[in-house]
Design a protein around this ligand. Structure first.
Ligand code: COA
Length: 318
Protein backbone atom coordinates (compact mmCIF):
# COMPACT_ATOMS: atom_id res chain seq x y z
CA UNK A 1 0.00 0.00 0.00
CA UNK A 2 2.84 2.36 0.90
CA UNK A 3 4.51 1.86 -2.51
CA UNK A 4 1.18 2.42 -4.19
CA UNK A 5 0.38 5.79 -2.58
CA UNK A 6 3.94 7.00 -3.19
CA UNK A 7 4.38 5.81 -6.76
CA UNK A 8 4.03 9.31 -8.27
CA UNK A 9 6.46 10.97 -5.88
CA UNK A 10 9.98 12.05 -6.86
CA UNK A 11 12.20 9.42 -5.16
CA UNK A 12 15.03 11.89 -4.48
CA UNK A 13 12.75 14.44 -2.83
CA UNK A 14 11.00 11.68 -0.93
CA UNK A 15 14.29 10.34 0.42
CA UNK A 16 15.39 13.83 1.53
CA UNK A 17 11.97 14.41 3.17
CA UNK A 18 12.18 11.13 5.07
CA UNK A 19 15.79 11.84 6.09
CA UNK A 20 14.73 15.22 7.53
CA UNK A 21 11.99 13.54 9.54
CA UNK A 22 14.43 10.90 10.70
CA UNK A 23 16.78 13.65 11.93
CA UNK A 24 13.90 15.14 13.95
CA UNK A 25 13.55 18.28 11.80
CA UNK A 26 10.19 20.01 11.49
CA UNK A 27 8.45 20.16 8.13
CA UNK A 28 7.05 23.66 7.47
CA UNK A 29 4.14 24.66 5.18
CA UNK A 30 6.26 25.78 2.23
CA UNK A 31 8.59 22.75 2.34
CA UNK A 32 8.24 19.91 -0.13
CA UNK A 33 6.06 17.08 1.16
CA UNK A 34 4.46 14.01 -0.43
CA UNK A 35 0.81 14.46 -1.34
CA UNK A 36 -0.25 11.71 1.03
CA UNK A 37 1.54 13.38 3.99
CA UNK A 38 -0.41 16.58 3.26
CA UNK A 39 -3.67 14.67 2.85
CA UNK A 40 -3.21 12.69 6.07
CA UNK A 41 -2.30 15.80 8.03
CA UNK A 42 -5.34 17.69 6.77
CA UNK A 43 -7.56 14.73 7.67
CA UNK A 44 -6.14 14.33 11.15
CA UNK A 45 -5.79 18.01 12.13
CA UNK A 46 -9.22 18.84 10.73
CA UNK A 47 -10.85 15.99 12.68
CA UNK A 48 -8.98 17.16 15.76
CA UNK A 49 -10.25 20.74 15.29
CA UNK A 50 -13.83 19.52 14.85
CA UNK A 51 -13.47 17.41 18.01
CA UNK A 52 -12.48 20.48 20.02
CA UNK A 53 -15.41 22.51 18.77
CA UNK A 54 -17.98 19.73 19.14
CA UNK A 55 -16.36 18.71 22.44
CA UNK A 56 -17.30 22.10 23.85
CA UNK A 57 -21.00 21.23 23.47
CA UNK A 58 -21.65 18.52 26.12
CA UNK A 59 -19.76 20.54 28.75
CA UNK A 60 -21.11 23.86 27.49
CA UNK A 61 -24.66 22.83 28.40
CA UNK A 62 -23.50 22.50 32.03
CA UNK A 63 -22.20 26.07 32.45
CA UNK A 64 -25.51 27.48 33.69
CA UNK A 65 -26.17 24.42 35.87
CA UNK A 66 -22.68 24.01 37.35
CA UNK A 67 -22.85 23.91 41.15
CA UNK A 68 -21.71 27.30 42.42
CA UNK A 69 -20.23 30.43 40.96
CA UNK A 70 -16.59 29.24 40.98
CA UNK A 71 -17.44 26.08 39.04
CA UNK A 72 -19.46 28.13 36.53
CA UNK A 73 -16.53 30.48 35.98
CA UNK A 74 -14.00 27.67 35.63
CA UNK A 75 -16.18 25.67 33.26
CA UNK A 76 -16.90 28.73 31.14
CA UNK A 77 -13.15 29.38 30.84
CA UNK A 78 -12.53 25.74 29.94
CA UNK A 79 -15.20 25.68 27.24
CA UNK A 80 -13.81 28.92 25.85
CA UNK A 81 -10.32 27.33 25.75
CA UNK A 82 -11.66 24.33 23.81
CA UNK A 83 -13.15 26.59 21.15
CA UNK A 84 -9.83 28.45 21.04
CA UNK A 85 -8.06 25.12 20.48
CA UNK A 86 -10.29 24.51 17.48
CA UNK A 87 -9.23 27.89 16.06
CA UNK A 88 -5.53 27.03 16.50
CA UNK A 89 -6.04 23.68 14.82
CA UNK A 90 -8.10 25.06 11.93
CA UNK A 91 -5.26 27.54 11.34
CA UNK A 92 -2.72 24.71 11.33
CA UNK A 93 -4.84 22.73 8.83
CA UNK A 94 -5.27 25.82 6.64
CA UNK A 95 -1.50 26.01 6.17
CA UNK A 96 -1.85 22.77 4.18
CA UNK A 97 -4.26 24.30 1.68
CA UNK A 98 -7.80 23.49 2.85
CA UNK A 99 -9.90 26.53 3.67
CA UNK A 100 -11.67 26.93 6.99
CA UNK A 101 -15.00 27.43 5.18
CA UNK A 102 -14.56 24.06 3.46
CA UNK A 103 -13.68 22.36 6.75
CA UNK A 104 -16.71 23.80 8.55
CA UNK A 105 -18.91 22.90 5.62
CA UNK A 106 -17.59 19.29 5.67
CA UNK A 107 -18.29 19.12 9.40
CA UNK A 108 -21.87 20.35 9.30
CA UNK A 109 -22.66 18.26 6.25
CA UNK A 110 -21.45 15.12 8.00
CA UNK A 111 -18.49 14.50 5.63
CA UNK A 112 -15.78 14.90 8.27
CA UNK A 113 -15.36 12.88 11.41
CA UNK A 114 -14.81 14.09 14.96
CA UNK A 115 -14.17 12.25 18.20
CA UNK A 116 -16.61 9.44 18.99
CA UNK A 117 -16.85 10.44 22.63
CA UNK A 118 -18.67 13.71 22.10
CA UNK A 119 -21.62 11.88 20.58
CA UNK A 120 -22.68 10.62 24.01
CA UNK A 121 -24.96 12.64 26.29
CA UNK A 122 -23.82 14.42 29.47
CA UNK A 123 -26.92 13.65 31.57
CA UNK A 124 -25.63 14.87 34.93
CA UNK A 125 -23.03 17.19 36.41
CA UNK A 126 -20.92 14.09 37.08
CA UNK A 127 -20.73 13.44 33.33
CA UNK A 128 -19.28 16.90 32.88
CA UNK A 129 -16.74 16.13 35.65
CA UNK A 130 -15.77 12.88 33.88
CA UNK A 131 -15.14 14.73 30.61
CA UNK A 132 -13.11 17.50 32.27
CA UNK A 133 -10.83 15.08 34.03
CA UNK A 134 -10.60 11.82 32.14
CA UNK A 135 -11.40 12.73 28.54
CA UNK A 136 -9.04 15.68 28.78
CA UNK A 137 -6.43 13.37 30.31
CA UNK A 138 -6.77 11.10 27.27
CA UNK A 139 -6.41 14.06 24.95
CA UNK A 140 -3.28 15.19 26.81
CA UNK A 141 -1.57 11.80 26.52
CA UNK A 142 -2.16 11.92 22.76
CA UNK A 143 -1.24 15.58 22.33
CA UNK A 144 1.92 15.64 24.44
CA UNK A 145 3.26 12.78 22.32
CA UNK A 146 2.23 14.29 18.99
CA UNK A 147 3.56 17.76 19.87
CA UNK A 148 7.00 16.21 19.29
CA UNK A 149 5.97 15.17 15.80
CA UNK A 150 7.12 16.31 12.37
CA UNK A 151 4.73 19.01 11.14
CA UNK A 152 5.73 22.40 12.61
CA UNK A 153 2.36 24.24 12.70
CA UNK A 154 0.55 21.25 14.23
CA UNK A 155 3.25 20.70 16.87
CA UNK A 156 3.26 24.36 17.88
CA UNK A 157 -0.54 24.38 18.17
CA UNK A 158 -0.41 21.21 20.28
CA UNK A 159 2.23 22.66 22.62
CA UNK A 160 0.00 25.59 23.46
CA UNK A 161 -3.08 23.37 23.73
CA UNK A 162 -1.30 21.07 26.20
CA UNK A 163 -0.44 23.96 28.50
CA UNK A 164 -4.09 24.97 28.68
CA UNK A 165 -5.29 21.38 28.95
CA UNK A 166 -3.11 20.95 32.04
CA UNK A 167 -5.39 23.44 33.83
CA UNK A 168 -8.48 21.56 32.62
CA UNK A 169 -7.07 18.38 34.04
CA UNK A 170 -6.56 19.93 37.49
CA UNK A 171 -10.02 21.46 37.43
CA UNK A 172 -11.61 18.15 36.33
CA UNK A 173 -9.68 16.12 38.91
CA UNK A 174 -10.82 18.52 41.62
CA UNK A 175 -14.44 18.19 40.49
CA UNK A 176 -14.26 14.37 40.56
CA UNK A 177 -12.57 14.32 44.00
CA UNK A 178 -15.33 16.62 45.28
CA UNK A 179 -18.02 14.25 44.03
CA UNK A 180 -16.22 11.08 45.15
CA UNK A 181 -15.71 12.38 48.68
CA UNK A 182 -19.14 13.99 48.93
CA UNK A 183 -22.55 12.66 49.94
CA UNK A 184 -23.80 9.19 49.02
CA UNK A 185 -25.83 10.72 46.21
CA UNK A 186 -22.78 12.54 44.81
CA UNK A 187 -20.68 9.35 44.94
CA UNK A 188 -23.44 7.42 43.22
CA UNK A 189 -23.73 10.07 40.50
CA UNK A 190 -19.98 9.94 39.91
CA UNK A 191 -19.93 6.14 39.80
CA UNK A 192 -22.82 6.06 37.32
CA UNK A 193 -21.05 8.59 35.10
CA UNK A 194 -17.89 6.46 35.10
CA UNK A 195 -19.93 3.39 34.18
CA UNK A 196 -21.57 5.27 31.29
CA UNK A 197 -18.35 6.71 29.86
CA UNK A 198 -15.98 3.76 30.28
CA UNK A 199 -16.52 2.09 26.90
CA UNK A 200 -16.61 5.32 24.82
CA UNK A 201 -13.44 6.33 26.68
CA UNK A 202 -11.62 3.13 25.68
CA UNK A 203 -12.74 3.76 22.08
CA UNK A 204 -11.52 7.38 22.21
CA UNK A 205 -7.92 6.28 21.48
CA UNK A 206 -8.96 4.73 18.18
CA UNK A 207 -9.35 1.14 16.97
CA UNK A 208 -6.78 -1.53 17.98
CA UNK A 209 -3.47 -1.17 16.13
CA UNK A 210 -4.05 -4.35 14.18
CA UNK A 211 -7.07 -2.81 12.43
CA UNK A 212 -6.02 0.87 12.45
CA UNK A 213 -5.93 2.11 8.85
CA UNK A 214 -3.53 5.04 9.19
CA UNK A 215 -1.18 4.31 12.09
CA UNK A 216 1.62 2.74 10.07
CA UNK A 217 2.21 5.63 7.69
CA UNK A 218 1.52 8.30 10.31
CA UNK A 219 4.07 6.79 12.67
CA UNK A 220 6.60 6.33 9.91
CA UNK A 221 6.39 10.08 9.20
CA UNK A 222 6.19 11.03 12.89
CA UNK A 223 2.76 12.59 12.75
CA UNK A 224 1.54 10.09 15.31
CA UNK A 225 4.21 9.44 17.93
CA UNK A 226 2.31 6.69 19.76
CA UNK A 227 0.06 4.00 18.34
CA UNK A 228 -3.61 3.82 19.40
CA UNK A 229 -2.94 0.84 21.68
CA UNK A 230 0.09 2.48 23.30
CA UNK A 231 -1.82 5.71 23.97
CA UNK A 232 -4.69 3.72 25.48
CA UNK A 233 -2.25 1.75 27.65
CA UNK A 234 -0.52 4.93 28.82
CA UNK A 235 -3.85 6.46 29.85
CA UNK A 236 -4.88 3.25 31.67
CA UNK A 237 -1.55 3.20 33.46
CA UNK A 238 -1.81 6.79 34.60
CA UNK A 239 -5.52 7.04 35.47
CA UNK A 240 -6.93 3.68 36.53
CA UNK A 241 -4.96 3.78 39.81
CA UNK A 242 -6.14 7.35 40.40
CA UNK A 243 -9.78 6.32 39.88
CA UNK A 244 -9.39 3.34 42.24
CA UNK A 245 -7.70 5.64 44.79
CA UNK A 246 -11.02 7.46 45.08
CA UNK A 247 -12.79 4.18 45.88
CA UNK A 248 -14.61 4.34 42.58
CA UNK A 249 -14.88 1.20 40.48
CA UNK A 250 -14.56 0.51 36.77
CA UNK A 251 -17.20 -1.58 35.00
CA UNK A 252 -14.88 -4.29 33.70
CA UNK A 253 -14.12 -7.44 35.68
CA UNK A 254 -11.22 -8.25 33.37
CA UNK A 255 -9.44 -4.98 34.06
CA UNK A 256 -6.05 -5.54 35.68
CA UNK A 257 -2.41 -4.88 35.04
CA UNK A 258 -0.94 -8.06 33.65
CA UNK A 259 2.38 -8.57 35.43
CA UNK A 260 3.71 -10.84 32.65
CA UNK A 261 3.11 -8.43 29.77
CA UNK A 262 3.31 -5.19 31.78
CA UNK A 263 0.12 -4.13 30.01
CA UNK A 264 -3.48 -3.67 31.08
CA UNK A 265 -5.93 -6.44 30.25
CA UNK A 266 -9.45 -5.19 29.57
CA UNK A 267 -12.63 -6.24 27.80
CA UNK A 268 -12.64 -4.88 24.26
CA UNK A 269 -15.39 -2.30 23.74
CA UNK A 270 -17.92 -2.91 20.99
CA UNK A 271 -16.00 -1.79 17.89
CA UNK A 272 -19.17 -2.07 15.76
CA UNK A 273 -20.78 0.54 17.98
CA UNK A 274 -17.64 2.68 17.51
CA UNK A 275 -17.99 2.45 13.72
CA UNK A 276 -21.66 3.41 13.88
CA UNK A 277 -20.97 6.37 16.16
CA UNK A 278 -18.09 7.82 14.12
CA UNK A 279 -20.12 7.42 10.95
CA UNK A 280 -23.00 9.55 12.19
CA UNK A 281 -25.23 7.11 14.06
CA UNK A 282 -24.48 7.73 17.73
CA UNK A 283 -26.86 8.90 20.44
CA UNK A 284 -26.14 12.63 19.91
CA UNK A 285 -24.63 12.99 16.41
CA UNK A 286 -27.68 14.66 14.92
CA UNK A 287 -28.10 17.03 17.84
CA UNK A 288 -24.40 18.03 17.85
CA UNK A 289 -24.35 18.81 14.13
CA UNK A 290 -27.67 20.64 14.32
CA UNK A 291 -26.22 22.97 16.98
CA UNK A 292 -23.17 23.67 14.83
CA UNK A 293 -25.34 24.24 11.77
CA UNK A 294 -27.48 26.74 13.66
CA UNK A 295 -24.38 28.55 14.96
CA UNK A 296 -23.05 28.72 11.41
CA UNK A 297 -26.30 30.13 10.03
CA UNK A 298 -26.87 32.61 12.85
CA UNK A 299 -23.27 33.82 12.70
CA UNK A 300 -23.26 34.39 8.95
CA UNK A 301 -24.18 38.08 9.19
CA UNK A 302 -21.25 38.68 11.55
CA UNK A 303 -18.80 37.02 9.17
CA UNK A 304 -20.22 38.96 6.24
CA UNK A 305 -20.05 42.25 8.16
CA UNK A 306 -16.42 41.58 9.06
CA UNK A 307 -15.29 40.28 5.71
CA UNK A 308 -13.52 42.47 3.22
CA UNK A 309 -14.57 41.08 -0.16
CA UNK A 310 -11.66 42.78 -1.95
CA UNK A 311 -8.99 41.49 0.44
CA UNK A 312 -6.77 38.75 -0.93
CA UNK A 313 -6.77 35.42 0.84
CA UNK A 314 -3.43 34.54 2.41
CA UNK A 315 -2.51 31.17 3.85
CA UNK A 316 -1.49 31.79 7.46
CA UNK A 317 1.93 30.57 8.53
CA UNK A 318 0.83 29.23 11.92
N1 COA B 1 -13.31 9.18 17.07
C1 COA B 1 -13.71 9.32 15.77
N2 COA B 1 -13.06 8.74 14.75
C2 COA B 1 -11.98 8.00 15.05
C3 COA B 1 -11.51 7.83 16.36
C4 COA B 1 -12.23 8.46 17.39
N3 COA B 1 -11.89 8.35 18.67
N4 COA B 1 -10.42 7.04 16.33
C5 COA B 1 -10.21 6.71 15.04
N5 COA B 1 -11.17 7.28 14.27
C6 COA B 1 -11.34 7.13 12.83
C7 COA B 1 -10.18 7.71 12.06
O1 COA B 1 -10.36 9.09 11.89
C8 COA B 1 -10.24 6.92 10.78
O2 COA B 1 -11.30 7.39 9.97
P1 COA B 1 -11.06 7.99 8.47
O3 COA B 1 -10.16 7.02 7.76
O4 COA B 1 -12.43 8.07 7.87
O5 COA B 1 -10.43 9.33 8.64
C9 COA B 1 -10.67 5.54 11.26
O6 COA B 1 -11.34 5.75 12.50
C10 COA B 1 -9.52 4.56 11.42
O7 COA B 1 -8.75 4.88 12.59
P2 COA B 1 -7.15 5.02 12.59
O8 COA B 1 -6.59 4.49 11.33
O9 COA B 1 -6.63 4.46 13.86
O10 COA B 1 -7.01 6.62 12.59
P3 COA B 1 -5.80 7.51 13.02
O11 COA B 1 -4.51 6.83 12.70
O12 COA B 1 -6.02 8.87 12.50
O13 COA B 1 -5.87 7.55 14.64
C11 COA B 1 -6.53 9.17 16.33
C12 COA B 1 -6.98 8.10 15.32
C13 COA B 1 -7.77 9.81 16.95
C14 COA B 1 -5.68 8.52 17.40
C15 COA B 1 -5.67 10.22 15.55
O14 COA B 1 -6.39 10.70 14.45
C16 COA B 1 -5.25 11.38 16.40
O15 COA B 1 -4.33 11.28 17.18
N6 COA B 1 -5.90 12.55 16.21
C17 COA B 1 -5.52 13.78 16.88
C18 COA B 1 -6.09 13.88 18.24
C19 COA B 1 -7.58 14.02 18.26
O16 COA B 1 -8.23 14.16 17.25
N7 COA B 1 -8.17 14.02 19.43
C20 COA B 1 -9.61 14.17 19.54
C21 COA B 1 -10.11 14.63 20.80
S1 COA B 1 -9.34 15.99 21.56
Amino acid sequence: MRTDVLKDEDPVKLAEFEARIERGEKIEPTDWMPAIYRKQLIRMIEQHAHSEIIGALPEGTWITRAPGFKRKLALMAKVQDEVGHAQLLYSAAETLGKSREQMISDLINGKSKYSNIFNYPAFTWADSCFISWLVDAGAIVNQVANSRGSYGPYCRALERICVEEAFHLKYGHHCVIHMATGTDIQRKMMQEAINRWWKPMLMFFGPPDKISAHTEILMKWKVKMLSNDDTRQQWLDMYVPKIWELDLTLPDEKLRKNQDTGKWDYTEPDWDEFKRVINGDGPCNKERLAVRRTAEERGRWVREALSRPKAEYTIPLA
